[in-house]
Write a protein that binds this ligand. Structure first.
Ligand code: BGC
Length: 580
């Protein structure tokens, strides 16, 4: 997107007129983001001059999408009724569809989109996410995560597209375009590239840990997706919990102010991450260049008071405050919120529509990576007399969707509008389909066993594996190994489908099975998996990460940029078989 210089200069004059009218308290208010529950009362939106409201997994704003809209409309009316009538930004963690709303279209997590490598598809998915976010009352999403994971022990590998900078950059471009469009379009939202910077490259893959990379490595490997996003006018950037060579990224003036804002010419909002102010350096965060603070979970008072005092004492300059507020107002004007502050009820009917789900199903199909297909056991014939399906992941929308789905850490239950993979299989198979969930009723006479194995849902912090190279979480659980043993040992043909947020050490299991599919975390449209297994569509996915052969591959940083000759992955980046 090329910025409209004329429109921007009109906006600049409007800000020039508005800024001098604002008190210091009103300015700090604009820099404040809070949750819609617990953190504030409705009245406090006005008395504390709040600039933005966040919703993440947790307490819902209501039951129906209309309830959500009305709740946020009320907050907006209160903000507009204040002396200066500055509208609120409403932000949401919609990271693979509007995943906080039960009934939304849920796309494969970014790792799966990375496997698809299809920029046009990523753009469409982002555009649908934007629309469903708008339909539930938001004008801002905290996505895409443009991390480049260098350690598969990190619990957020799946939120990122790939270990490849090039692929990540290409899909970041598509995602930003899809979310934002022309920016002022009321069916679009402001996007956020996160987490700036080094989130996926910490030692041992620890969330918020220490990232030890040289400046050259940061420039070469991690900055390109941000550069591409800024060229396309991305509206915001979120700082990361990690330190970079010992310096907190929430207070990293060199990278936030000098590099991102000055050198790379980012003119949007730098937003902190959760409790960024209290946890990662207080006023040093604002001095470092953070414009808006997630003053959540009890931080509101200490943030507003702390910053006010710091400005009065000269510890934070008024110029820095004015710059932050200018950036926030700029995006509010650019989004057209002054003229068009309320959600549109007309959009509600589009949430989870057939059209949206068709795109999500295509994304599922294109995300699947075929790692092995001995004797062309796949595609399966629909007329096979007896198919047995094994594993709890086969029949759970929650398990197939991973973290950041309905609940913060994900859930193992079904949710509205989703189709499980087993349902998809039953739709296509013409013979008998038996579900032997825990391989306790082995069907020795089955023509094929489709065995589902994988990880339980997790999100930030909870998905980290830990420090030891011998950590068992990167292997399958004993019960999942048993699913494969139970059928393979009886000579039944096995198609193994792995549902996981990252590559796991599955060398033995791949060896044991006749066909092996990496399906990542497909989201709400499980039938997309069945459509490829039965050959209605070919495999298209290519590995977005190199696939480890052994746990030793995870020593220090993972991936071709860091390996010496001693490591040879089981399958290289970009690997993926096809029927034709
Ligand atoms: C996560 C972010 C997320 C934010 C808001 C943080 O804990 O790191 O990715 O956008 O919470 O929910």
């Amino acid at each position: 997107m090329v910025r409209d210089k004329k429109a921007d200069s009109i906006i600049a004059s409007k800000i020039d007129a508005l800024l001098p009218l604002m008190t210091l308290e009103e300015k700090i208010g604009q820099m404040t983001q809070v949750r819609h529950f617990d953190d504030i009362t409705e009245e406090e939106v006005a008395t504390r001059f709040i600039g933005s409201i966040i919703h993440t997994e947790g307490s819902d704003p209501g039951k129906t999408a209309l309830d959500w809209q009305l709740k946020f409309k009320k907050f907006q009316e209160i903000a507009l009724s204040t002396r200066l009538g500055i509208p609120l930004l409403f932000g949401v963690d919609a990271v693979h569809g509007q995943n906080t709303f039960d009934g939304a279209t849920i796309f494969p997590h970014n790792i799966g989109l990375g496997a698809s490598g299809n920029a046009e598809l990523v753009k469409k998915a982002a555009s649908i996410t934007a629309l469903e976010a708008r339909a539930t009352g938001f004008n801002w999403v905290f996505s895409p995560c443009v991390a480049i994971p260098y350690n598969e022990k990190w619990g957020r590998v799946y939120e990122a597209f790939s270990e490849s900078t090039e692929l990540t950059t290409k899909l970041t471009r598509a995602s930003v375009e899809g979310h934002q469009g022309s920016f002022s379009d009321p069916r679009k939202v402001m996007a956020t590239t996160k987490h700036f910077i080094g989130d996926g490259a910490t030692d041992y893959g620890q969330e918020g840990g220490e990232t030890s990379l040289s400046r050259k490595e940061v420039n070469e490997y991690l900055l390109p997706p941000y550069k591409a996003a800024i060229e396309l006018g991305v509206g915001s950037v979120m700082t990361s919990f990690n330190t970079l060579n010992g310096i907190s990224m929430h207070a990293h003036k060199d990278l936030i102010t000098d590099t991102l804002k000055k050198e790379m010419k980012f003119d949007g909002i730098v937003v902190s991450d959760w409790k960024g102010y209290s946890k990662y350096g207080e006023n040093a965060t604002v001095n470092g260049g953070i414009d808006m603070v997630m003053a959540v979970d009890g931080d509101l008072e200490m943030f507003q008071k702390g910053l006010l005092e710091a400005v009065k004492k000269g510890e934070v300059s008024i110029d820095r405050i004015n710059d932050a507020v200018r950036r926030i107002l700029r995006q509010k004007y650019r989004l057209g919120l002054f003229e068009n502050p309320f959600p549109d009820p007309e959009l509600i009917q589009e949430i989870g529509s057939d059209e949206h789900r068709a795109v999500a199903r295509q994304a599922v199909r294109e995300s699947l990576v075929l790692l092995k297909n001995e004797k062309n056991i796949l595609p399966l014939e629909k007329i096979l007399p007896k198919i047995v399906v094994v594993g709890e992941h086969a029949d759970s929308a929650g398990l197939q969707s991973g973290g950041w789905t309905i609940d913060w850490q994900g859930a193992d239950r079904n949710y509205q509008g989703a189709t499980t993979i087993l349902e998809g299989i039953k739709k296509l198979a013409r013979g008998e389909v038996i579900y032997d969930q825990h391989a306790t009723n082995v069907q020795e006479d089955a023509d094929v066993a489709i065995i589902f194995i994988g990880e339980k849902p997790y999100a930030e912090f909870f998905g980290d594996v830990g420090h030891e190279v011998s950590d068992f979480e990167l292997f399958l659980t004993e019960s999942h190994k048993h699913y494969i043993d139970a059928y393979a040992n009886k000579g039944v043909k096995t198609v193994v489908v792995l549902l996981s947020g990252r590559p796991l050490v599955t060398t033995k299991e791949i060896d044991q099975s006749d066909a092996f599919v990496a399906a990542w975390l497909p989201g709400s449209e499980g039938d997309g998996v069945a459509e490829v297994l039965f050959g209605d569509h070919d495999f298209k996915g290519k590995l977005p990460h190199s696939w480890p052969k052994s746990i030793d591959d995870y020593k220090s940083k993972y991936g071709p940029n860091f390996w010496d000759d001693s490591i040879e992955p089981l399958f290289p980046f970009g690997f993926g078989l096809q029927y034709n």
